[in-house]
Design a protein around this ligand. Structure first.
Ligand SMILES: [Zn+2]
Ligand SMILES: [Zn+2]
Length: 280
């Protein structure tokens, strides 16, 4: 790399750090919630609910607003209250009874260290992309194993498949083993890569959004799989197919692992039907 290129990169990096510093300063103030041992659980629940809520509202509006149905993968399906409440109850129960004690123990063992400096923007982006790719690979391996071994499927993963037509609040309708496995994959990569705490938060928010989008049942023109080029990203259309057909599209986000193992099944939009949910 030439001298001028490397100095330009240094300027870009430090301006990226300056960009994030005010946000990071606010987050790490002594009184801020981030210092609390309860922060991980409160943050996990609020981000999840915040991302689910718009889809819950859309589902409630769907029977009255026909225009919305053209974006639904299953246009005639809207989750009932009897389907929504158990999902909501399970998420809250598992976070309070299981996740909270584990995060409290972790906090007591190693309280959060918040460095004074914000991360560089480019490093944050690099780490977030790497964490997403690693999470995708780890969950792909876990997911294939829990479908191929009948005992693992029956005991740990079947519950998540109870809703053949998925909806946002069904994202975390899963056994505690599956929830802890996802949490472990979420945390192990940021630890191995030595990510800055702000990067950890950004990755967590993105990971929750992508998993909720995967289960939302809505295929919008701005859905992630339509924004990422070359069919690299499967997203909601692929994961919905996994929920209805079981034996395909095991990766939660990207398509390369399913391509390599021959388990990728294209979604209807890739077969020429560009209008989701609409009969060809
Ligand atoms: Zn799922
Ligand atoms: Zn599955």
């Amino acid at each position: 790399m030439s001298g001028s290129n490397s100095s330009e990169l240094r300027v870009l990096c430090s301006s990226g750090q300056l960009l994030l510093q005010p946000l990071w300063d606010r987050l790490r103030t002594r009184d801020a919630l981030t210092q609390s041992p309860f922060f991980p659980v409160i943050f996990a629940i609020t981000t999840y609910m915040a991302f689910c809520l718009p889809f819950v509202v859309l589902d409630a509006l769907c029977p009255w607003v026909p225009a919305l149905r053209r974006y639904k993968i299953h246009p005639d399906f809207s989750p009932s209250v009897q389907q929504l409440l158990p999902c909501l109850g399970r998420t809250l129960y598992q976070h309070v009874v299981f996740v909270l004690p584990v995060t409290l123990l972790h906090w007591a063992h190693a309280p959060a260290f918040l460095p004074p400096e914000a991360p560089e923007l480019l490093q944050l982006l690099r780490h977030v992309v790497l964490c997403l790719l690693l999470f995708d690979a780890e969950f792909f391996a876990w997911h294939v194993l829990h479908h191929k071994v009948p005992w693992l499927y029956r005991t740990f993963h079947k519950l998540h498949h109870q809703n053949a037509s998925s909806f946002a609040l069904a994202t975390q309708y899963m056994s505690i083993w599956e929830l802890f496995s996802l949490g472990f994959f979420d945390m192990v990569n940021v630890t191995l890569l030595g990510c800055h705490p702000l990067t950890v938060l950004v990755f967590h928010v993105l990971n929750v959004w992508l998993s909720v989008e995967d289960h939302s049942g809505y295929d919008f023109p701005w859905s992630t799989h339509r924004l990422v080029p070359f069919g690299w990203y499967g997203g909601v259309a692929h994961h919905d197919l996994h929920h209805s057909q079981f034996n395909c599209n095991f990766a939660p986000y990207f398509t390369h692992w399913d391509k390599l193992l021959g388990t990728l099944r294209p979604c209807p939009s890739q077969l020429g039907d560009e209008t989701p949910g609409k009969a060809p």
